[in-house]
Ligand binder design. Structure first.
Ligand code: PLP
Length: 409
């Protein structure tokens, strides 16, 4: 491939070029084209640290990289005006069909899907009620959302953005007792299913018996790809997912999908409409379209092949360090969220003078910088491969080996 600089050099030696580009009268905007500076690189210009992501879809690490299909969609659509509602209508239909839902919308992340979905449940399609949120008292709207205590781990705060009150329960008896004419919704945090006493089937059974809408937060729960439709099929009225985690869509996008009536109601609290609590949950057309293409691209991947390549990368990294005295390696697959093979590296502290945090710092401060999961324990780190770019497993293996060897006691 010819580098840009070489190309410019070659072009500038062509006699004709001065004739074409030399006259600013002919093509005013092209006047400086021949002497165009090298493409701006903001990462360099601002001195930002980039790194190999051997950790995963962490919001603080900007989560995931968008594939070319998504970036092409974003760049192309940025050149055209369309009506924001028209984009949501069209994309919503496509996403709904892909995920076995009646309706769908692109939201400003999974958090925004939780807020807007809850707003839709509370207000229905009554625009007067939409304008009243978050003040539920005396509004005639239902005001309570029931969830299990073990599911209240931070993200449930999104529900309170609507003004709704949370009712935390543990057992089925407590659930039945908590249900009243005030109950607006029953909320489930998918990744905490193993911790709660009430599982999906029972949660839905009770909700249906009392005719209460349900929502499931599956933010980080693909792969497996089937999860994109599993909970719609199961009977949840609304399902919320992050767009910028493993789906590799825009980081600030997400999807709310489910019953058509509820999606239509949720959109009443969303831009372009104002005068409501959702006005800040704006998603631009580029991201709405990018989200759709990211979802489609993700679904169409060869998931088995990709899983095998992850396993291969994990075993490559393991085999690069296994001979170091005191090292133990193990493949760990998280049960629900971020379900993908990771390499857990444990060491004998008498032989290797490191804590998890220190090894994480060593990897971060190396060249190239590498982020690992180094905060879970003093005794180990985990290395995730599912966000690695091609060939980076080799670099991670080499740098990890170096870091461990340097720390032999
Ligand atoms: C990441 C996450 C969210 C928030 O998602 P965003 O797309 O960052 O808004 C909500 N719930 C859970 C369980 C998450 O992991």
């Amino acid at each position: 491939m010819i580098s840009r600089r070489k190309l410019l050099k070659r072009l500038s030696t062509l006699p004709l070029l001065g004739g074409v580009f030399g006259s600013s009268l002919l093509i005013p905007n092209m006047a400086s084209a021949a002497a165009a500076p090298a493409k701006r690189n903001l990462i360099q210009e601002l001195g930002l640290r980039t790194f190999i992501n051997a950790a995963g879809n962490y919001t603080s690490m900007t989560a995931s990289l968008m594939p070319d299909e998504v970036m092409e969609t974003i760049n192309e659509s940025a050149k055209h005006y369309v009506m924001l509602d028209d984009v949501q209508d069209a994309v919503g239909k496509k996403i709904a069909a892909l995920c076995h839902a009646e309706g769908a919308m692109v939201t400003a992340g999974c958090w925004s899907a939780l807020v807007l979905g809850t707003a839709g449940v509370l207000t229905g399609k009554d625009t007067k009620k939409v304008a009243m949120l978050p003040f539920l008292e005396g509004s005639g709207m239902k005001s309570e959302i029931i969830l299990q205590k073990t599911h209240a781990n931070g993200y449930h705060h999104a529900l309170t953005n609507t003004g709704a009150k949370l009712v935390l329960i543990e057992t089925r008896a407590e659930l039945e007792a908590a249900i009243s004419e005030k109950t607006a919704m029953m909320w489930f945090l998918n990744r905490e299913e193993p911790l709660g006493k009430i599982k999906h089937a029972e949660w839905l059974e009770v909700a249906k018996k009392h005719n209460i809408p349900t929502m499931n937060d599956i933010a980080a729960d693909v792969p497996p790809v089937e999860n994109l439709w599993k909970y719609n099929d199961m009977g949840y009225d609304l399902v919320a997912i992050s767009g910028g985690k493993a789906l590799c869509g825009p980081q600030s996008a997400g999807i709310l999908m489910g019953k058509k009536e509820l999606i239509e109601a949720a959109r009443l609290s969303a831009p372009p409409r104002g005068g409501n609590i959702g006005r800040g949950n704006k998603v631009n057309k580029e991201e709405i379209l990018g989200m759709y293409v990211a979802l489609e691209t993700f679904i169409n991947r060869d998931h088995d092949k990709i899983w095998k390549s992850w396993e291969k990368q994990v075993s490559h990294i393991a085999s690069a360090i296994e001979d170091i005295p005191g090292i133990q390696t193990e493949t760990v697959i998280p049960e629900i969220a971020n379900e993908n093979p990771t390499l857990k590296v444990t060491w004998d502290k008498n032989k290797i003078n490191l804590t998890g945090k220190l090894l994480g710092e060593k990897m971060r401060n190396g060249t190239p910088s590498i982020e690992t999961i180094s905060w879970e324990s003093d005794d180990y780190i985990r290395v995730a491969v599912f966000m690695l770019q091609k060939g980076q497993d080799k670099i991670v293996a080499k740098k990890l080996r170096e870091a461990l060897l340097e720390s032999i006691a």
